[in-house]
Structure formats: C-alpha cells, structure tokens
Design a protein around this ligand. Structure first.
Ligand code: GTP
Ligand code: MG
Length: 273
C-alpha cells in the first residue's frame, strides 16, 4: 500500500545540489574553489570565460552530497552567458576582496542581478548564502574590516567567513559550513534554517551602523539638516543612542558607531548657540 510517510532509507539517498559563485572579477572565486577541490593555488590571474563547471562529492554526516559547482565570471562582459545559470541554486558563494571596497559595495548588485534573473522563481529563503571576505593574507592592503563585512552578511541571515585562497585560511571551514547548511536546508523541506545564523540584532540596527559609517559629516551622521537646532540634535542623538547603546546592541561595529554618534553630537552642540 502507498503511504505519504517517507521511508527512512530515502533520507540516506545521495543529495544532488547546485551552487554558484558570485562577485566582481578578480576577487578570487575560482581560486577559492580550486583551493578546496584541488588543494592548490595559482597566483596568475586566469579570468573565467563565462562559466566554469565542476562536480565534487562530499560527505555531510551520514549523507553523500554531489555538488555541482557553477563558477561564474565576474566581468560585466559575461552577463549574457551567466544570467541563465542562476536558477535552481541551493547555495551561493558571494565573494569580495577585502582590499577592494568596490568589490564589497558590489555585493548588493550581485544579489540584485540574481533576483532579477530568477524572476518570479526567486525565493531567497530557499538558498544558503555564504559571504567570503577573501584575500585576508594581504594584510596591508585591507580596506574592508571584519566588522563591516560580518554586519552586511549576518544582517541578511548569511554566513560570513574570512578566507584566503592563497594560504588556505578559512576555506575548509567555510565549505563545511556551506554544505552542512545546504544539507540541513534540504532536510528541512527546502527552507533555510534561521536559528543557525542567529544574529541577535535587528536590520534597523545594522542599517543604522552602515549609514553612520558612510556619513559625510556630523549632521549627516545624526540624520539632521545642517543648521538644525540644539533640540533637534539632541532628539536625533537620543534616538540613535537607544538603538545603538552597547548594552542593547550586539551588532558588529555598534560600539564604534555609538562612540561616533556621541562625538558628532558633542561637536555639533559646541557650535550651536
Ligand atoms: P573572474 O573569473 O574574472 O570573475 O575572477 P575570479 O573571482 O574567479 O578571480 P580568480 O580566482 O581568478 O583570482 C584573481 C586573482 O586573485 C588571481 O591572480 C589570484 O591568484 C588572486 N587571488 C585569489 N585569491 C587570493 C587570495 O586569497 N590571496 C591572494 N593574495 N591572491 C588571491
Ligand atoms: Mg573565475
């Protein structure tokens, strides 16, 4: 007799998953994959032409996973080639170079391109995202710090890893977390488990910290117009202080943001009669 209850051994079937890599050209997507699959690093830049495809088998707990990896070209020139490969992915490696701010700022547009190409099929809750802050071996040229990267990733429910394809730092840990989360998601009916990337802070807090980091002056930081009154400055300050006070906010970078807000208020009040 047929029943709807899945047989126990069905759970042990090998799982087939599709993952893609996204990020600007030259951030190290192919090298990260090569480091994991082939345990080697190639210093010479060989741009991916359109797409590179590979398969690897991994074991997660008692389950064999067959991973189809679609390594995308980051160069805008290849948009027409890569756009059809977004669909049906269970995992996305979002990569940026910690020495190139543009590559970090571009993460939003990569998500945008992905959503656009997936169209109505876009269900971002059914995809595991891992953010790789790559090239951490190049300490001197680093311009995007860990707090900023982690905040961007974790405020979206994405994992965050610091990696170096050159030294191998973080690569195995990152892929293990990636495949384990994808397996959990597939065994959870295709929904990304939320508890795992439990962030403990709100999107409003994350967005505010980002806005403060990018503000151009003290007025902008407090979110008031130049020439605002003492009352307006104090009101804006109190709102931000409640949101970001270190006792209340555990988001990465909140302490620095809170200090910056205190300083901005002090310097503005000095000059307002
Ligand atoms: P596209 O295929 O054009 O999208 O680029 P990509 O993101 O695949 O970059 P790729 O992996 O080809 O690496 C680009 C360059 O960065 C190469 O010269 C690599 O050797 C170098 N590179 C990649 N990862 C690292 C890293 O972790 N540290 C250092 N120092 N260099 C790296
Ligand atoms: Mg590549």
């Amino acid at each position: 007799m047929e029943t709807n209850v899945p047989k126990r051994r069905d759970n042990k079937k090998p799982l087939r998953v599709k993952v893609i890599s996204l990020g600007n050209a030259e951030v190290g997507k192919s090298c990260i994959i090569k480091r994991y699959c082939e345990k080697r690093f190639v210093p010479k830049y060989l741009a991916t032409i359109g797409i590179d495809y590979g398969v690897t088998k991994v074991q997660v707990r008692d389950r064999e996973i067959k991973v189809n990896i679609f390594d995308m070209a980051g160069h805008p020139f290849f948009y027409e080639v890569r756009n059809e490969f977004y669909k049906d992915s269970q995992g996305v490696l979002l990569v940026y170079d910690v020495g190139l701010r543009d590559s970090f700022d571009a993460l939003d547009s990569w998500l945008g391109e992905m959503k656009q190409e997936m169209g109505s099929q876009a269900n971002m809750d059914s995809i595991v995202f891992i953010v790789c802050a790559n090239k951490v071996d190049l300490l001197k040229r680093r311009v995007v710090d860990e707090g900023e990267g982690r905040l961007w990733a974790e405020s979206r429910g994405f994992h965050y890893f610091e990696t170096s394809a050159q030294s191998g730092e973080g690569i195995n840990e990152m892929f293990q977390a990636f495949f384990s989360s994808i397996t959990d998601m597939c065994e959870n009916g295709g929904k990304r488990p939320v508890s795992e990337v439990s962030v403990g802070f709100t999107k409003e807090q994350a967005d505010t910290i980002r806005r403060i980091r990018n503000s151009k002056d003290s007025w902008d930081m407090l979110g008031v117009k130049p020439g605002a009154t003492r009352e307006e400055v104090n009101k804006a300050y109190r709102k931000l202080a409640v949101l970001l006070h270190p006792d209340k906010c555990v988001a990465p970078g909140s302490e620095d943001a809170f200090k910056a807000v205190v300083n901005a208020r002090t310097s503005l009040l000095k000059n307002i009669k």
